[in-house]
Design a protein around this ligand. Structure first.
Ligand code: C5P
Length: 246
């Protein structure tokens, strides 16, 4: 695809490698060769393939988001963040629901790794607000948080920002409210992306790639619309075209 902003836009598309092992993941990376997209590795693949696969992606030149959503006591998260930073990833995340002290510890862990090895790059640290699969009924009645999803997401975003984090994961529906509360430099990473005509799966708060970009998402995360496609490269290029036209 020849578009002057193609590479820049590809860097804002995070492809979720939600696979059981390296074999399937390698196939997709091969199919997307030459497209400089961001690669997101979540718990399914990371728990199976481990740090070696991350190092391999970094050696190939990819920006890597390690999406393991840490949520534990501050001391444990500090240690986890230090180990993750040593892997050389570009982004990782924690749950905002872990609270301010836990989020600050994530940052301290990353900084400890950087102090020990100045050749490392500081990863972006992002807080998960409300999962994009969570409906307002689930949030109110099961998790026990009253109010609207948007109110909760904005409150978590402000807490993440004052705790020194770089941005949040949220639905693209909530991006305008987050930008208004936290400013446009505070990054938004938005899963829950469904190109017109693709199945929802377990997601509930969704928008199309073009709508997400128009609303101001810094990064969009796409899994099944690409990984479940019979032609993942074509699916990726179609999404990128839509992002470029937005
Ligand atoms: O297949 P799909 O496009 O729904 O994949 C979305 C990806 O984004 C999954 O890897 C999922 O773990 C991740 N994610 C999410 N909602 C969040 C945070 C991460 O769907 N709030």
């Amino acid at each position: 695809m020849n578009h002057p902003n193609f590479n820049e836009m590809a860097g804002r598309l995070m492809v979720a490698l939600d696979y059981p092992g390296v074999e399937e993941a390698h196939k997709l990376v091969q199919a997307l060769e030459g497209i400089p997209c961001y690669i997101k590795v979540g718990m399914q693949l990371f728990y199976a393939a481990g740090p070696d696969f991350i190092r391999e992606l970094k050696a190939k030149g990819y920006a890597v988001f390690l999406d393991v959503k840490m949520h534990d006591i501050p001391n444990t998260v500090r240690g986890g963040a230090e180990s993750i930073t040593r892997l050389g990833v570009d982004m990782f995340n924690v749950h905002a629901a872990g609270g301010a002290s836990m989020m600050r510890s994530a940052r301290e862990g990353a900084e400890a790794a950087l102090a020990a090895d100045p050749s490392l790059k500081r990863p972006e640290i992002i807080a998960v607000t409300q999962l994009t699969s969570t409906s307002v009924e689930t949030m109110n009645n099961e998790i026990g948080i009253p109010g609207s999803v948007e109110q909760t997401v904005v409150r978590y975003a402000q807490l993440a920002q004052t705790s020194g984090l770089d941005g949040v994961v949220a639905s693209p529906l909530e991006v305008p409210a987050i930008r208004e509360a936290c400013g446009s430099d505070f990054h938004t990473v938005t899963p829950g992306i469904r190109p017109a005509g693709s199945g929802l799966g377990d997601q509930t708060r969704v928008l199309t790639p073009g709508e997400a970009i128009s609303r101001g998402s810094h990064y969009i995360v796409v899994g099944r619309p690409i990984t479940g496609s019979t032609n993942p490269r074509e699916a990726t290029e179609t999404i990128l075209k839509e992002m470029l036209n937005a």
